[in-house]
Design a protein. Structure first.
Length: 349
């Protein structure tokens, strides 16, 4: 049975990935620091599974990482662990450098030393996959899309720290020969996303009939990808990607933020109308723009399609409908995040 070391596997994308991998018969050692973004509730269905080992810890803790590698002998590492919220990076960039840059460096050094000790097929087949973002490429005008050769031009402390980690991964391949892969993906949405991010935040506020905050004029454009499709892309790259390469991952679903919010309003109005019959679009409230807010991201995922035959299974419309339905049927999960009780068990209170 193949063993993966997954970092950040209690966060939004990492947990979706872990659930999928374990369901597919892989064994996962899940290293997560359990910051505010880590949520063991999401992994509750894996309790008692002999294919999932959870370890609370920091990717920058070299002794711990070395011990986990020696003990579990993984065939691959998938690095999701990161500070991931742009607004938080504006308020406090240091934590982003600490985990995304210094932490990734520690993980890379331990991985290199472990990989050097492998022999034969184990060494040839080993992979380190680093999960990154399209935000490293900066902002686009009205035309064009990011490709794997677009120069890096990060604009937020978050994207700058992710860009630095991507460069370290690249350098570890070129300098030490470490068999790395990097994926740069557009905005994800779907089940288990922390309700500080646009889509779950708007769903919760719209359900409650509260004002729906939209930055600036609402016309910033993002490409949206359903999280399950991101996870399948990562698996595809892990299995067939060319060592040392980067692969862009996208949903071919560019939407203005305002359109995203209006889509949620329409889906909720159809499923659970407000008691006073008001259309939820009337709750939209424009708020002061985020400093340095990138105008447009769009991603060309053609390389992944051509080389590895991957394309998303969900359209924006089907993925959003599925996501809204998931939040409607998983309110206890959301409420435990909102009232903080999702953190209590692990604090022993
Ligand atoms: P998230 O914030 O939901 O989860 C991050 C996880 O990492 C949490 O469980 C947290 O506890 C853990 N973590 C943080 N610091 C750690 C450390 N020092 N050691 C170990 N664990 C630590 O993030 P996400 O949205 O799931 O994103 C996962 C990865 O995908 C990130 O690297 C992010 O940059 C990248 N990404 C995210 C998106 C998106 O739209 N969310 C898009 C493209 C790429």
């Amino acid at each position: 049975m193949e063993t993966l070391l997954v970092t950040g596997g209690a966060g939004f994308i990492g947990a979706n990935f872990v659930l999928q991998a374990v369901a597919d018969g892989l064994r996962v050692v899940n290293l997560d620091k359990l910051t505010y973004a880590g949520n063991l509730d999401t992994l509750a269905s894996l309790e008692g599974s002999d294919r999932h080992v959870f370890v609370q810890g920091d990717i920058g803790d070299r002794a711990l990482v070395a011990q986990l590698l020696a003990e579990h002998r993984p065939q691959a590492i998938v690095n999701f662990a990161a500070e991931s919220h742009v607004d938080r990076s504006i308020d406090g960039p240091a934590a982003f450098v600490e985990t995304n840059v210094v932490g990734t460096l520690g993980l890379l050094e331990c991985t290199r030393d472990y990989w050097r000790g492998l022999e034969g097929d184990a060494r040839d087949g080993f992979r380190f996959l680093h999960v990154s973002t399209d935000e490293v490429y900066g902002s686009l005008g009205a035309e064009g899309k990011f490709t794997e050769t677009t120069p890096y031009a990060p604009n937020s402390p978050y994207s700058a720290s992710k860009a630095a980690s991507d460069h370290l991964v690249r350098a570890f391949h070129h300098t030490y020969g470490l068999p790395t892969l990097t994926t740069n993906c557009s905005n994800n949405y779907g089940p288990y996303q922390f309700p500080e991010k646009l889509i779950p935040l708007v769903i919760q506020k719209a359900l409650a009939g509260e004002p729906l905050p939209v930055y600036g004029d609402g016309l910033n454009v993002r490409d949206w990808l359903y999280v399950g499709d991101h996870c399948s892309a990562i698996r595809r790259v892990l299995e067939g990607g060319r060592v040392g390469e980067t692969y862009n991952v996208g949903g071919n679903a560019e939407r203005e933020n305002l359109t995203v919010v209006k889509t949620i309003c329409a889906l909720l109005d159809a499923r659970r109308p407000l008691a006073d019959g008001r259309p939820r679009e009337s709750l939209i409230t424009f708020v002061k723009d985020r400093p340095g807010h990138d105008r447009r991201y769009a991603i060309d995922a053609g390389k992944l399609q051509r080389e590895l035959g991957w394309s998303p299974t969900q359209t924006f419309e089907s993925g959003m409908a599925h996501t809204v339905d998931w939040y409607l049927t998983h309110q206890p999960w959301v409420q435990r995040v909102l009232d903080g009780s999702y953190r209590m068990e692990r604090l022993g209170s």
